[in-house]
Write a protein that binds this ligand. Sequence first.
Ligand SMILES: [Zn+2]
Length: 65
Amino acid sequence: MSKLNRQWHEANPMPKNPTPEQRMAWHTGHTANCPCRAMPAGVIRLFTERGLPVPEQLALKHSDG
Ligand SMILES: [Zn+2]
């Protein structure tokens, strides 16, 4: 019932004081494996300001779409 992918979260803790690159890497893995929350705007900006494509977000997919 939970939308949290607990197994993925336990295997992939967010580093303490992450660098922007670490945040991007974490959220890239997170958004592909866990729909518990959407990618924060500040993280999306890390991709766009580098000219990188924003990963497709599992959290924003609709099963009835
Ligand atoms: Zn999650």
